[in-house]
Design a protein around this ligand. Structure first.
Ligand code: PHE
Length: 343
């Protein structure tokens, strides 16, 4: 009798020591104490030996042990359900999350997209073409026959001499490809990278980016050219900017003009960017030369057109006040990060 009371006490003590952190604690506990071959069951088996007058008291003790064991088992089960998945409990969920830093658009892409969207609103479609060109599309079709002195205006990288393969010096080559494939009315802009053999400095680079435009239809006039480019400038730089056209020369346009805008840096007072003139040149333009139209079997007596071409680097320089062309291609993150959230 006393031995059984001792066994019950030992069992209680042992249960109190049970390692609740061990894997599968609840199930291990159940098998050990409450299973058919468990400790509590086997102690209950001992009841047979207990003298009848002591059965009541012993029964109560046994029952108490059983309830205790069942309570502990329930607790272990709850504990196990609440326990987080292995490893996860080391994470502090109150800490702020790790922010993913998104990349930023290159300033030239920002400005190119803006230029494209302005002309799109005027009904211009975007055309693209190859950077490696033949002589015809880059020069010949553009009214620059071989040995034409104007070829010297654009120092060319040749990949092969005969037949000539070169890196396009302007995206006029894309205009040539469009005229080859489409009939008027034609209204396209051609954004893209171009190459010229220039010594790299703050003001010049051996590659840069252009957006050229071409509009051919019946009765397209110089006034249309001026109005289109004026609209572009106002959308790009705001309504206070002034423009002026200066006569110029391009073999593929006649008459030709370069367009200046009032300097945005010094508002016309004079600074380094405008070389103290108050004006900055931003593009070349003109009425498409009849010979160019004829090269593509477009009748110059029926159709007229205007074309223009601008450097994206220059527009970006004015927009963001960037004073060195080399910054665009150095991939310096301190430079590139400044354009976060601009567009
Ligand atoms: N193709 C010329 C250049 O690269 C720009 C231009 C295009 C000028 C169309 C007039 C008309 O400099």
């Amino acid at each position: 009798m006393d031995a059984l009371i001792q066994q019950i006490a030992d069992c209680k003590a042992e249960m109190a020591q049970f390692d609740s952190q061990q894997p599968d604690a609840a199930e291990v506990f159940r098998i050990r104490y409450l299973g058919t071959k468990g400790v509590v069951k086997s102690l209950m088996g001992e009841m047979k030996q207990v003298a009848p007058d002591q059965r009541k008291e012993m029964g109560q003790r046994m029952n108490e042990l059983k309830v205790l064991a069942e309570q502990q088992w329930e607790q272990l089960k709850e504990q196990q359900q609440a326990a987080p998945v292995a490893g996860v409990d080391t994470i502090d969920r109150t800490l702020p999350g790790t922010t993913l830093t998104a990349g930023t658009r290159h300033p030239l892409s920002i400005v190119r997209n803006e230029i494209v969207s302005i002309f799109r609103r005027l009904g211009f479609a975007v055309a693209e073409g190859p950077e490696i060109e033949d002589d015809w599309h880059n020069f010949g079709a553009m009214n620059l026959p071989e040995d034409h002195p104007a070829r010297d205006m654009q120092d060319t990288f040749y990949i092969q001499q005969q037949p000539a393969w070169l890196l396009r010096t302007h995206t006029s080559s894309v205009q040539a490809r469009v005229m080859e494939q489409q009939k008027p009315p034609i209204r396209v802009i051609c954004p893209g990278r171009v190459y010229r053999n220039e010594t790299i400095s703050a003001r010049a680079h051996c590659f840069f980016h252009q957006v050229e435009g071409l509009y051919i239809d019946e009765q397209v006039s110089f006034a249309d050219l001026k109005q289109t480019l004026y609209f572009f400038v106002q959308e790009m730089f705001g309504s206070s900017v002034k423009v002026r056209f200066r006569p110029s020369y391009f073999p593929f346009t006649e008459p030709s003009a370069e367009m200046d805008i009032s300097c945005l840096i010094c508002s016309g007072k004079g600074c380094n960017i405008c070389k103290h003139s108050g004006w900055v040149e931003i593009l070349g333009s003109g009425m498409v030369h009849p010979s160019v139209l004829e090269n593509f079997s477009i009748d110059p007596n029926k159709y007229t057109g205007f074309a223009f071409g601008m450097g994206i680097e220059r527009i970006t320089q004015l927009k963001f006040q960037i004073n060195d062309l080399r910054l665009y291609s150095q991939n310096d993150i301190r430079f590139l990060q400044q354009f976060t959230g601009v567009v």
